[in-house]
Ligand binder design. Structure first.
Ligand code: FAD
Length: 375
């Protein structure tokens, strides 16, 4: 089963606990899910897929903006008839307006939106700008004179696609369960709280004790653990820690002898040190080498790449002994910063020229000793 790309099952939410403490800028949560005896298997490095539902209060506001009741029957993309409110909750993406919605609004008189269709930068800003993005409700509420029917609206909305989360548990350590570590995406724009669809569904809209359709996604082709005796270097700030909790548990429970080195980072040690007692316990007997970067605990920002630099000689020694290096978490900045630092380590600690360092890192990648799962 583990070889299949996707294994669907119905999971029951068992545990939903906030790991960040009061005062943290983030709400990052640990979720435990029962596999409910489904014959599914997963390995560390795999991911859990979920199909979330939208926030009912956002759905209500959109229904009100349409001057509808929510009971109107609409036809979903797969042909299923459904009441409007249910379709808006379960099927459609209300966060990112489609081009077809903008076109329809313009057709009906929202001429201020017209420049967005001919200016890619302006459109990108309108849909994605940090703290200034527009969602479907904004599009409707900003144009109270434009009236769309229920069928018209759903005809131009995107569907909500499933989201993936790294599995944070070893199935051998937690038979019958899968765990994930999810940061709830919430941000206010123009006085209204915007909610990431799936992360806040996990946090607030999937009650503990209830079930939901989920799937396990095999990621072994690009993010498989190394052989039991191979040293591994894991770089996972923020929720990037998730797969490495699974790696560590798997090695612990199988008695794998390879050495383990984890770089973790977050904003503050006092509020954002996820799985602190577990990790400290592994580190206290020397089984896990643990290096921590709490970026905002001192005047200058310290991130995981700075710790890599500080330990360049050891990183180089581990690589020369055949270590595999794993990176998980933020794609935008962290992964690129770590990649740059890795090249610098090969140059400085390994005494290579920049070209040779590029070749060395490329060889690590090609021989699957440098693996990334970034998002
Ligand atoms: C293989 C893989 C593994 C992953 N593992 C994890 C994991 O272990 N834990 C985890 O938490 N996530 C993980 N993710 C990310 C996860 O899949 C979702 O993308 C994430 O939870 C956000 O989804 P959402 O539905 O909550 O938010 P969405 O509704 O998709 O909204 C997110 C969007 O909001 C935008 N946004 C955020 N803040 C602002 C702001 N201030 N202003 C404007 N726009 C803003 C972002 O740019 C982003 O595009 C993983 C992704 C992949 C592909």
């Amino acid at each position: 089963m583990a070889g299949e790309a996707k294994q669907h099952f119905t999971g029951r939410h068992l545990v939903n606990v906030r790991l960040t403490r009061p005062g943290s800028a983030k709400s990052t949560r640990h979720h435990e899910i029962s596999l409910e005896d489904a014959p599914v298997t997963y390995l560390p490095g795999d991911a859990l897929g979920a199909q979330p539902a939208n926030d009912p209060s956002l759905v209500e506001r959109i229904v009100a903006a349409l001057d509808a009741t929510g009971d109107e029957t609409v036809t979903c993309p797969d042909g299923t008839p459904m009441p409007l409110a249910q379709a808006l909750t379960e099927v459609y993406n209300l966060n990112t307006p489609s081009r077809r919605l903008l076109e329809l609004m313009i057709e009906r008189g929202a001429s201020d939106l017209a420049p967005l269709l001919t200016d890619a930068e302006a459109l990108k800003h309108y849909l994605n700008a940090w703290n200034d993005a527009h969602d479907v409700l904004d599009v409707l509420a900003d144009h109270p004179n434009v009236r769309l029917g229920a069928t018209e609206l759903v005809g131009v909305l995107r569907r909500t696609l499933p989201r993936l989360y790294s599995v944070a548990s070893s199935q051998k350590a937690h038979p019958g369960q899968v765990h994930v570590l999810v940061v709830a995406v919430e941000y206010p724009i123009r006085g209204r709280d915007r909610l990431g669809i799936c992360s806040t569904w996990f946090a607030d809209r999937w009650p503990v004790g209830t079930t939901a359709p989920l799937y396990l996604q095999n990621q072994q082709k690009h993010f498989a653990m190394p052989a039991p005796d191979t040293p591994m270097i894991m770089i996972g700030p923020g929720t990037g820690l998730a797969p490495f909790r699974a790696f560590i548990e798997e090695r612990r429970v199988t008695g794998a002898r390879g050495r383990n080195w984890l770089f973790f980072g977050e904003q503050h040690r006092a509020t954002d040190f996820f799985y602190e007692s577990e990790l400290q316990a592994y580190a206290s007997d020397g089984w896990l080498r643990l290096d921590l970067a709490f970026s905002r605990d001192q005047p200058e920002k310290i991130y995981v790449q700075h710790l890599l630099r500080e330990h360049a000689r050891d990183v180089w020694a581990w690589l020369e002994e055949g270590a595999e290096i794993f990176v998980c978490g933020d794609k935008e900045r962290m992964a690129a910063d770590v990649d740059r630092e890795l090249h610098a380590i090969v140059e400085t600690a390994g005494g290579r020229t920049p070209d040779q360092a590029r070749e060395y890192v490329e060889h690590l990648r090609a021989s699957k000793r440098y693996k990334r799962d970034v998002y």
